[in-house]
Design a protein. Structure first.
Length: 284
């Protein structure tokens, strides 16, 4: 698992992929959030060491109709994120690997001209130790990253232990992902995961308050812990699809200016639905 920016891409057994995803978050205390994204991820160009790169675009649509009587939230109805990422992986001694990722991205409402506040430089580094016993692999990852994976850009740990119990069952314990993964057959697999969900976007245009005051350079932040049950179906060597039903714990949706909260939507819990389809660009 490679984590950076606002995105988390699973590279294990994924190959080089192009993916489309749609997510809907139901009733974040009367705020509707829909997310659409497209990702092109070239997992590996060279084998030893491995160099990977790609890009993604995400559109977030929010419905604030129930809150228009407080402030004018129209500036935050459409959020856009464009991310470029590159990573480097090199094998070390005794089954250790080192991984570096850099992922600059732009996250903005695009209501005015782009400013430096719209750009965030995210990055991550970690060491991974792998064991193989009777064909069953396990791994330990230790590292850290910087980005908006948990909301407002900050440093976060990358630490996890993963173990294949048998050919079908694997578990992973750590941060940012903890989960159980079960492969039913060559086409179908299930997973149950706990992982962060987040959005962080800058707004350079004016944000109008109920008292007719106008604030510039405000930010929208959304963060939550998601418990999700997922199903993946592989049509053939190229095409696969995934479905996920999730429950958000402790979600927070706020509009702020320079760390001062303008409005807290008190979103708390919510249900979510995710549907995606991916195409394997390079069968290896």
């Amino acid at each position: 698992m490679v984590s950076y920016g606002q995105k988390m891409f699973t590279t294990t057994d994924a190959g080089d992929v192009m993916a489309l995803e749609y997510s809907s978050y139901f009733n974040l205390n009367e705020v509707q959030l829909d997310t659409k994204s497209v990702t092109i991820d070239f997992t590996s160009v060279l084998d030893k060491p491995t160099i990977g790169f790609g890009m993604s675009y995400t559109n977030n649509s929010l419905d604030f109709d129930a809150y228009d009587r407080y402030h004018d939230y129209s500036a935050f109805e459409e959020l856009h994120s464009i991310e470029l990422f590159a990573r480097y992986k090199k094998a070390l001694r005794n089954n250790w690997d080192v991984n570096f990722t850099i992922a600059p991205y732009l996250s903005s409402t695009f209501n005015e001209e782009i400013s430096s506040d719209d750009f965030i430089l995210s990055y991550a580094a970690n060491f991974t130790k792998t064991w193989d016993k009777d064909g069953l692999k396990s791994s330990l990852k230790i590292g850290a990253g910087y980005g908006s994976l948990f909301g407002k850009p900050n440093f976060y740990p990358l630490i996890s232990y993963s173990k294949n119990v048998n050919e079908k069952l694997r578990y992973e314990i750590g941060i940012p992902v903890t989960g159980v993964f079960y492969k039913l057959n060559e086409q179908s697999s299930f997973d149950f995961k706990a992982q962060p969900e987040s959005i962080y976007a800058n707004n350079t245009s004016g944000f109008s308050l109920a008292n007719e005051a106008v604030i510039y350079n405000s930010e929208l932040e959304f963060k939550a812990l998601k418990l999700g049950l997922g199903y993946q179906f592989r049509f053939d060597d190229n095409w696969s699809t995934n479905f996920n039903m999730g429950y958000l714990l402790g979600s927070e949706l706020t509009v702020s200016e320079s760390d001062n909260t303008i409005y807290d939507f008190d979103s708390k819990e919510s249900l979510s639905l995710n549907i995606g389809i991916s195409f394997n660009i390079n069968k290896k």
